[in-house]
Design a protein. Structure first.
Length: 146
């Protein structure tokens, strides 16, 4: 099995990746890398490389950001109250790197009813065909059951 490469230092991130993950920014709707990605694979934290979401749980929310009904690895997701911008929301961060990912809302599809609205700049996409080579081979099984 290939070894995963983890932990990007802040100076290794692009300015947009840094703004999103380290400064709790938001990228423009419909102008980001993964909002319309329909390929099979997993999405990992751009900083730590930890698996976060799967294409199996991705859906078109019409919002212009990648949206998922549930995390691939719930233990890698941290939720916290966000009372910024004159509203109350639930922020989603990665546990391993503390990266700001986006927010979760209670307006998603069944069975969870949740919509994890995630910034593309906080993610790296690993196509199903490259999972083994990139060190994520254990996730191939989720696509065989589909």
């Amino acid at each position: 099995m290939a070894k995963r490469i983890f932990k990007k230092a802040p100076e290794e991130l692009t300015p947009l990746q840094f703004h999103i993950t380290q400064e709790c920014g938001t990228e423009p709707a419909f102008q980001n890398e993964f909002w319309n990605n329909h390929k099979e694979g997993i999405y990992v934290d751009i900083v730590s490389g930890e698996p976060l979401f799967s294409s199996i749980d991705k859906f078109d929310s019409g919002t212009g950001w990648p949206s998922f009904s549930k995390p691939l690895n719930p233990k890698e997701i941290v939720e916290k109250d966000d009372r910024g911008l004159f509203m109350s929301r639930t922020e989603v961060k990665s546990k391993s790197a503390g990266s700001h990912l986006g927010h979760v809302f209670p307006d998603g599809p069944a069975p969870t009813g949740l919509r994890y609205c995630i910034n593309s700049a906080a993610l790296r996409f690993i196509p199903k065909e490259e999972l083994e080579k990139k060190g994520y081979g254990q996730y191939l099984k989720i696509f065989k059951d589909k």
